[in-house]
Design a protein around this ligand. Structure first.
Ligand SMILES: NC(=O)c1ccc[n+]([C@@H]2O[C@H](COP(=O)([O-])OP(=O)(O)OC[C@H]3O[C@@H](n4cnc5c(N)ncnc54)[C@H](OP(=O)(O)O)[C@@H]3O)[C@@H](O)[C@H]2O)c1
Length: 286
């Protein structure tokens, strides 16, 4: 807040249990809405549940909140309470920085998305909306433990395809068996991008892959988290040299996510220089 010239603004946390009762989400959103001194909020784990419970308390939703049906940013624009989803932009900026321009045209790689939750929806939407064919993978394989999240992502893909018309082929697989994930991994071409969007290695122990999994040559292993046991990153790290892997964690994604929300809430533009400054300040207390 000091770096942004607003030292009087205080951050305060509200802790809700996972899948809290809808009334709890409504209380929180209503409190922000009604308290003039509350400028807004950043939503972490509860992005989907909060919108499902309190959609009618918002005066408007951003396009990504509508597309992904989740809210990570709550801000007041000219007295109106606006909900936005920041993961497509934050995750997208981070993905673009890891892959660089024209990655899929250059490598012919595909994408394996392990997990079909909020971040998988956001990153999939980001790739689908890429204007240039060289920035879109030929194929995205999505694996998820349970059916409903997979169906929700599939529904978003179908809706977006109708609106935008695009050429990515999708395969949706319901699975939580790590050995089967190893086999799916082995079927990917060199240069593929493998994303651990399951939360395993931070939210829950382990990895969606076994220690015997072999990453495709020259592939990118992207762990969306930056803290925790990070077993998926350890597995990729053990073969990084031999297989020519690029390994990335979720730090930039995290800093981009916060920057987006703070920019909405305080109505300040965070340019590249300010982003670098905030990223540095955050790294100091990482
Ligand atoms: N760095 C950042 O700023 C940043 C930003 C966003 C997210 N993240 C992290 O990325 C992770 C995912 O986030 P999210 O918001 O997408 O979480 P989420 O909505 O909870 O989604 C996780 C998904 O992974 C599935 N899953 C769990 N274990 C699995 C397994 N072994 N095999 C296949 N699927 C499995 C879950 O399936 P079910 O349907 O069965 O539950 C769920 O759909 C979290 O750890 C989060 O902290 C980091």
């Amino acid at each position: 807040m000091e770096a942004l010239g607003r030292p009087e603004v205080k951050l305060s946390g509200i802790d809700l249990e996972i899948h809290a009762a809808p009334e709890r989400y409504r209380e929180v959103v209503a409190a922000i809405r009604e308290e003039p001194k509350a400028l807004g909020g950043l939503v972490t784990t509860h992005k989907i549940d909060l919108l499902a419970a309190a959609a009618d308390l918002f005066d408007g939703l951003g396009p990504y909140a509508k597309a992904t049906q989740e809210v990570s940013s709550i801000a007041k624009d000219a007295g109106m309470l606006i909900g936005r989803a920041t993961d497509p932009v934050a995750g997208g900026l981070s993905m673009d920085a890891i892959l660089g321009e024209g990655y899929f045209g250059r490598t012919g790689g595909e994408v394996l998305m392990l997990g079909a939750g909020g971040s998988a929806v956001a990153l999939t939407l980001h790739m689908m909306q890429k204007a240039r064919p060289v920035d879109r993978p030929r194929r995205i394989v999505v694996v998820n433990r349970s059916g409903p999240r997979l169906a929700r992502l599939q529904e978003m893909v179908e809706r977006t395809s109708v609106e935008g018309g695009q050429d990515i082929r999708f395969k949706f697989i319901q699975n939580s068996d790590a050995e089967r994930n190893d086999k799916i991994l082995a079927g990917l071409p060199p240069g593929s991008v493998i994303v651990n969007a399951t939360g395993m290695g931070k939210d829950t122990p382990g990895s969606p892959l076994t220690d015997k999994a072999l990453f495709p040559a020259d592939s990118v292993a992207w762990e969306l988290n930056y803290r925790g046991e990070l077993d998926f990153m350890r597995q990729a790290g053990a073969q990084a040299g031999a297989r020519g892997l690029t390994i990335a964690d979720g730090w930039d994604y995290f800093v981009h996510g916060w920057s987006q929300v703070i920019s909405h809430v305080l109505h300040v533009e965070i340019d590249a220089a300010m982003f670098a400054r905030l990223s540095h300040l955050a790294a100091v207390v990482r």
